[in-house]
Design a protein around this ligand. Structure first.
Ligand code: APR
Length: 231
């Protein structure tokens, strides 16, 4: 029986809550250029464009509701006798909306960050270029999301969880963005069992011992039920 479970989630877990993924057909990265809206250089070039992109995503996420997959993970976290650590690449806040706790390695749309002093505060619905930081007063407010070329958050904690878990699960992520795409290798190296749950096969699927395919709203609750019945 697995004592400590680490679960990595990606955009696919929120797809059935109405939030688009990045790399599926019609996904966000087919509509926007990564270098324009998700890099520090893009923000320096055209902050208004970047704020518009995140304002729209923030508005969409604030309307979205968690789906049965988010609820199932919250249930697992509440009922599993060992630790259940959810590490999410998602910035939508839907794990918390379902009552779970998650480590946000790519930040959160509901947060603002000062590019000057690193102060964090709740983001207003609309951010705009030149917004001052409430702590240092500099006009350097930005969305608290991790862009390409920046270091994801909480990596030390995440590494420790990967090295001490008994089971590592990856849900709804394409495995195309590192370091998250390498988590399965690290967990395996330290002896964890591994499982991937995704709508379809992924480029890193072969690295997992076990795989389930189908929509997250169906396969995640079934997997959680299975785990809880083995307690
Ligand atoms: N159920 C389960 N999986 C799904 C569903 C669904 N209903 N719909 C789509 N998927 C899967 C797709 O098959 C794909 O493998 O979700 C995955 C989404 O992949 P991406 O769009 O690449 O999203 P993600 O892996 O989260 O991206 C990682 O890339 O641009 C960055 O910072 C962004 O955090 C993001 C990171």
């Amino acid at each position: 029986m697995a004592d400590k479970i680490v679960i990595l989630t990606g955009a696919g877990i929120s797809a059935e809550s109405g939030l688009g993924t990045f790399r599926d057909e019609g996904g966000l990265w087919s509509q926007h250029r990564i270098e324009d809206v998700a890099t520090p250089e893009g923000f320096a070039r055209d902050p208004a464009l970047v704020h518009r992109f995140y304002n729209a995503r923030r508005a969409q996420a604030s309307e979205a509701q968690p789906n049965p997959a988010h609820h199932a993970l919250a249930r697992l976290q509440a009922e599993w006798p060992g630790d259940v650590v959810i590490v999410t690449q998602n910035v939508d806040g839907l794990h918390e909306a379902a009552g779970a706790r998650a480590i946000h390695m790519h930040g959160i749309l509901a947060g603002a960050l000062c590019g000057c002093c690193d102060h964090r505060w709740p983001a207003p619905p609309e951010m705009a270029p030149g917004m001052p930081c409430p702590a240092c007063g500099q006009p350097t407010a930005r969305p608290d999301v991790v862009w390409f070329g920046e270091m994801p958050y909480h990596m030390d904690d995440i590494e420790e969880h990967l090295q001490t878990c008994d089971l590592f699960a990856s849900i709804g992520t394409s495995g195309q963005v590192y370091p998250a795409a390498g988590f399965v290798q690290e967990a395996r190296l330290y002896g964890a069992a591994t499982i991937e749950l995704n709508l379809a096969g992924t480029d890193i699927g072969a690295a997992f011992e076990d795989r389930r395919t189908g929509p997250a709203s169906r396969i995640v609750p079934a997997w959680v039920e299975e785990l809880l019945s083995q307690r």
